[in-house]
Design a protein around this ligand. Structure first.
Ligand code: DX5
Ligand code: ZN
Length: 220
């Protein structure tokens, strides 16, 4: 099996030196930089605005995988794209017309991702599968890093994989929340090809990033 893409979430990084952190992640073998955008409304936390993404853009050539936990989201897409987002992922709850939102993301020249919270059914994916370049299965309720992986997410990854395969979709299937070496293999076996990890990648400080990323790849 091919190794999954590893997408470290900078939510777990040292926010006083984000540029350095991102350069360290690139050196350590990260594939994408996962940027968790929280609006203090859709989720109970407040994080990274477009100006911060823009300031980080020159620090790496890795894709910026921007997870928008924002509602309403449509009016923010242009700003995050202009700031350097390569992938923008939205939740179906982030607006009344998710099909249109996904189209807007592609129109802006970015890849469009659709995110499912633990309590959100995959039925929306059946209706939008041709609009998505990435499906993200949340394995925790979004808002904070360092939470415990919800085991039933594995069955949901399998169901999402089946929907994508049935539709002949080449979309990535990503998992986010509580991903550690001990469950990375199960995520990939269930059909995921991209793993987001925050606390697992950042534990031990910059000297450990490469080994932590390797541990995730090796486990899968
Ligand atoms: C949760 C975020 C995740 C989170 C991952 O709301 O979307 O990306 O930061 O962090 P860990 O790996 O620590 O669960
Ligand atoms: Zn995320």
């Amino acid at each position: 099996a091919t190794a999954p893409l590893i997408c470290p979430s900078i939510l777990a990084s040292d926010f006083s030196k984000l540029g350095e952190e991102i350069r360290a992640l690139e050196t350590a073998g990260a594939d994408w930089i996962h940027v968790d955008v929280m609006d203090g409304h859709f989720v109970p936390n407040l994080t990274i605005g477009p100006d911060v993404v823009k300031a980080l853009r020159p620090h790496t050539s890795l894709p910026f995988d921007v997870h928008l936990m924002v509602a309403p989201v449509d009016n923010w897409l242009e700003a995050y794209r202009a700031a350097g987002a390569d992938i923008m992922s939205v939740h179906p709850e982030s607006g009344p017309h998710v099909h249109r939102t996904l189209g807007q993301i592609r129109q802006l020249g970015a890849k469009a991702g659709l995110v499912f919270n633990p309590g959100t059914p995959l039925s929306v994916l059946e209706e939008t599968v041709e609009m998505v370049d990435l499906v993200l299965i949340m394995s925790v309720n979004p808002g904070f890093g360092g939470q415990k992986f919800i085991e039933t997410s594995l069955r949901k990854i399998e169901r999402a994989r089946a929907i994508l395969d049935r539709a002949g979709s080449k979309a990535h299937l990503q998992v986010d929340g509580g991903v550690v070496a001990a469950n990375a293999g199960a995520c990939v076996a269930a059909g995921a090809d991209a793993l987001v990890a925050g606390s697992f990648v950042f534990k031990g400080g910059p000297d450990a990033y490469a080994a932590n990323i390797q541990a995730l790849k090796a486990a899968a």
